[in-house]
Ligand binder design. Sequence first.
Ligand code: FAQ
Length: 313
Amino acid sequence: MEDLRKLEEFQAKIDAEIKIEPKDWMPEDYKKHLQRQISQHAHSEVIGMQPEGNWISRAPSLRAKVVLLAKIQDEAGHGQYLYSAAETLGKSRDEFIEELQSGKAKYSSIFNYPTLTWADMGAVGWLVDGAAIVNQVSLQRTSYGPYSRAMVRICKEESFHQRQGYEIMATMANGTPEQKAMAQDALNRFWWPSIMMFGPHDSDSPNTGNAVKWKIKRETNDELRQKFIDKTVQQAEVIGLTIPDPDLKWNEDRGHYDFGEMDWDEFWRVVKGNGPCNKQRLNHHKKAHNDGAWVREAAIAYAEKQKEKQLVA
Ligand code: FAQ
């Protein structure tokens, strides 16, 4: 009886657009749903540094290198905000990292594709950050306070990321025929994986029902995917590149672009750990985590010393 009343009060708060804060009562399933989604989002930000990190030492100019470095550092920061938001739900960062490294927790499928040329830095910024923004702008209105506030900050930085990628693509598309071909090739390889970032169709998405009821997700996978496609088609036209989808066509009646079907076998293969770079990404994460153990130990020792000093004073 007590729980039913609490549940009703909780849903009434959600319906009235009142944010849920860490110390508020929340159903166990809501908490678990958020722990899963926010931690997976954090893992994506951190693993997402690897494909771009691959090009720091090979950037074609000092300016390009500085911009790329700043962008990748931002992603580390996004991971920090998101792990902190996830930790407010009573699970430690160590537990989340353990789930990532053991393969229990997912991260975005997109980061399991290799970055083969400099044009891929353009494609990642333009398409991957572009897709991330569409999703994250929507998540700014998510019902959990700490997640929503992290999203507000992240979105401000993400729009710069999208523009830096688009600038690379625009420059290459207007360069020599070889450069234009590289840009087109990067678009060809990154288009479908970017569309897959939005997840399975709503009809195949087990988490969407609760996510919408609890206003964790404000728009569904298919709605966000459509938004991204509608926005991006025109951007490709402006720089003279062709989106690799023969079914892409403006639909006057719907007021949206129609588009082709994704290769769902490929999607689930990558999500389940068998994409081109899954093993490489996780091995690199484990190595970096182990190599950095001494930094975490030193930080804890320092914090303890500071605490002791305060107690003595
Ligand atoms: N990859 O029931 P749904 C970025 C899983 S942005 C891997 O529809 P949900 C910025 C899903 O987890 C990228 N797995 O799930 C950046 C679930 O499995 P589970 C990250 C996927 O949660 C740019 C199962 O399939 N953004 O990193 C994918 O309602 C450049 C069934 O799916 C976010 O995480 C996928 N693409 O919807 C950084 C945004 N799609 O957990 C560096 C927040 C689905 O039950 C460089 N997250 N799955 O075992 C979300 O909006 C949602 O979690 C979705 C999935 C839309 C990703």
